[in-house]
Design a protein around this ligand. Structure first.
Ligand SMILES: NC(=O)c1ccc[n+]([C@@H]2O[C@H](COP(=O)([O-])OP(=O)(O)OC[C@H]3O[C@@H](n4cnc5c(N)ncnc54)[C@H](O)[C@@H]3O)[C@@H](O)[C@H]2O)c1
Ligand SMILES: O=C(O)CC[C@@H](O)C(=O)O
Length: 634
């Protein structure tokens, strides 16, 4: 942790919706009114009164009096409330217990809530009991709440102001809270700064007047250069998710405390250059092009998540040279593509599409002409990777003979047979299915020459990438009868959103199944991807692990434990490690773990250190010639 301290400063912290995620009095009503026929309505009434008070729309004293009247609670309910509040302490307060204990002498809880439930909670995190200023209940002999201590200054309008005047703190005062009454301390000149705390609730009337907005305690501590649990506050990390990725992904980043922006469609290059400026993580699918220009506009970008298999839409090399790690989901939708390919293959070879279309206009054409079984037919797979091999297994189970051609020497699975050239594969196959990756060199891999090599009456399928097939040549092959049926899921030019129309020379042809790039679009695949890709990205952001990346040296790391972890990404040129190590030696810093992986262009070194470090040490590491990016984790 950074160990700088501040000149004498007092921290005045609110309780409800700041120290805890909820409003204590609202929750007390919820507990006390269990079984009451109108519980929801009464609790809602109490919440409305709380909100009015917090927003400064109602006299505080009046709101408090009316809430207490509605409560009908007693001591046992307060005990239950305390148990409940223990589970509702704001995440960033829990993470930063050491700040609360280390600065206990300078921290005051000033709240319009009640000591009976505030003291047990805050003292567990190191707050001194005599530094808690809050209201107190009055009880009857049976322990029922019958009112509040009206002599307590906090039960009156302007109570926090009056209290702070009496405290007369001898130094700077920073107020952290979510309510208007917290801001009023600043307005009254009793505080130097007011931080609107928005981790649990952001009230526009309060944030508008705040000196700063802090989405977490880490952000407050970061602003004030105080020791904290996060080197860089997560609430400042912006995640941009495009192309309608699964809600599981949004949740994963929000739970982590990141700021998430969600966009349903893709963005074009200009829009993206603008939107990506302050983004740290971007999630896309197949439509968004992450070009060199986009990457050059992305000043803060650390990682890209391709919520799909293909990564040809991303300039992977430029990303790596800029220290941006790219992850994809290499298997999450494989099965979905295979099932669609099998379904289409059977529909096409049976000539079902024209027959179905005829039925819709009233024509009954019961004939077997031009309809075949897949059993015993030769399936030719171009590309024998994850999808190709899985399709191979399923097709064999259907009784097909499987042949494949791959540029890499691949081991045949089951009874599938490897052929030596694309030409040979095209000549022998009854069904040709493309499953190559989208590298540039595969542009127009299948054109007129290749269609001319195929058997007359072949079934042709492309569920890989649009640019792999020369579309005019495919149209010609369909019209000339070489291709008897085609299934096409991917196109050289695809609409960016569902509102754009689809233009293609393949429209209107017989026995052609056109699908809108949905090979991987099943609920199962999308939910898998929605969990898988964020997990990879978070492992990289939180831990430094690049395992599974498609453009970066892969390192799988243990958790940093109590060490500080330094991540240094550099151009792969000689001498960098020697320079790094000499800086560690000069500052007498003990290394507890070191991991290094390089590829042709970059080096990625991770160093765990046991000792506190200074800002000069960090600056020296950053200044090493050839450094691309430096990050500190703890
Ligand atoms: N339609 C969809 O919704 C959808 C869904 C998922 C994947 N895909 C696409 O499907 C394709 C295959 O995916 P995968 O997961 O099997 O990929 P993969 O990387 O596992 O396999 C691709 C295989 O193609 C081979 N290959 C590349 N170029 C070749 C060439 N010119 N000739 C022969 N072999 C070649 C590679 O060596 C590799 O074995 C990718 O293009 C992917 O983007 C589409
Ligand atoms: O869902 C997508 O946009 C892409 C699906 C597919 O082409 C992939 O590469 O996984």
């Amino acid at each position: 942790m950074l160990t700088q301290t501040l000149t004498p400063t007092y921290f005045v912290i609110d309780f409800d919706s700041t120290f805890t995620k909820v409003e204590g009095l609202d929750e007390l009503a919820h507990i006390a009114l269990a079984g009451h026929p109108e519980r929801d309505a009464v609790v809602q009434h109490i919440r409305d009164l709380t909100d009015k008070g917090m927003n400064g729309e109602m006299s505080f004293a009046e709101g408090l009096r009316r809430r207490i009247e509605l409560l009908s609670a007693g001591r046992p309910h307060i005990e239950q409330l305390v148990e409940f509040l223990r589970t509702k302490i704001s995440d960033s307060f829990q993470r930063n217990k050491s700040f609360l204990t280390d600065h206990a002498e300078h921290i005051f809880i000033v709240s319009s809530g009640f000591k009976e439930f505030i003291v047990p909670i805050v003292t567990e995190l190191g707050i001194l009991p005599n530094h808690v200023y809050a209201n107190e209940f009055r009880f009857d002999e049976q322990g029922h709440i019958i009112g509040i201590d009206e002599t307590n200054v906090l039960s009156t309008d302007g109570g926090k102001i009056k209290l702070l005047r009496t405290l007369s703190l001898p130094g700077d005062v920073y107020v952290i809270g979510d309510g208007y009454t917290d801001y009023e301390l600043r307005e009254a000149g009793l505080a130097n700064r007011f931080y609107a705390f928005t981790e649990n609730i952001a009230r526009p009337r309060v944030t508008q007047v705040a000196d700063h907005i802090s989405a977490s305690l880490d952000e407050f501590l970061y602003d004030n250069k105080l020791s904290r649990s996060q080197s860089y506050p997560k609430s400042r990390i912006k995640v941009l998710l495009l192309e309608n990725v699964h809600p599981a992904a949004v949740r994963a980043f929000e739970i982590e405390g990141f700021k998430v922006e969600f966009v349903k469609g893709a963005l074009d290059e200009d829009e993206l250059c603008e939107r990506i400026k302050d983004v740290s993580i971007i999630g896309i699918r197949s439509k968004t092009q992450i070009t060199q220009r986009v990457l050059e506009s992305a000043n803060r970008l650390m990682a890209i998540g391709a919520f799909c298999i293909g990564t040809n839409q991303i300039d992977l090399e430029t990303a790596a040279r800029r220290g941006v790690v790219v992850f994809n989901a290499p298997y999450s939708n494989t099965r979905s593509v295979v099932e669609l390919a099998v379904g289409e293959m059977i529909m096409l070879i049976r000539n079902i599409v024209p027959k179905s279309n005829q039925m819709h206009v009233g024509n009954w054409d019961k004939s077997a002409t031009g309809s075949f079984e897949v059993r015993g037919k030769k399936l030719g797979l171009v590309g024998y990777g994850n999808i190709g091999t899985q399709l191979s297994v399923v097709a064999e189970a259907l009784g097909m003979e499987v042949y494949f051609y791959d540029v890499v020497d691949k081991l045949a699975i089951g009874n599938a047979r490897k052929v030596q050239s694309l030409e040979e594969l095209l000549r022998i196959s009854d069904v040709v299915s493309l499953h190559v990756d989208g590298r540039k060199e595969n542009t127009n891999l299948i054109g007129k020459r290749e269609f001319d090599l195929m058997k007359r009456g072949v079934i042709f399928m492309n569920l890989a990438r649009g640019h792999v097939v020369d579309i005019p040549a495919l149209r010609e092959a369909i019209e000339s009868g070489i291709v008897a049926g085609a299934g096409v899921d991917v196109f050289p030019k695809e609409p960016k959103t569902n509102d754009e129309s689809f233009e293609s020379e393949l429209r209107g042809l017989p026995n052609v199944i056109l699908t809108p790039h949905i090979g991987g679009s099943t609920e199962e695949a999308q939910v898998n991807i929605g969990h898988y890709v964020p997990a990879k990205l978070l492992e990289y952001i939180n831990n430094g692990s690049s395992y599974g990346s498609v453009n970066f040296p892969e390192v799988q790391l243990p958790k940093p434990g109590t060490s500080h972890r330094l991540l240094h990404i550099h151009h792969n040129v000689p001498g960098i490690m020697a320079k790094l190590n000499s800086i560690f030696a000069n500052y007498n810093i003990n290394i507890t773990g070191q991991y290094l992986k390089t590829d042709e262009h970059i080096g990625y070194v991770i160093v765990d250190i046991a000792k506190n470090y200074s800002e000069e040490f960090v600056q020296e590491l950053k200044a090493i010639e050839g450094t691309i990016r430096f990050r500190m984790l703890y």
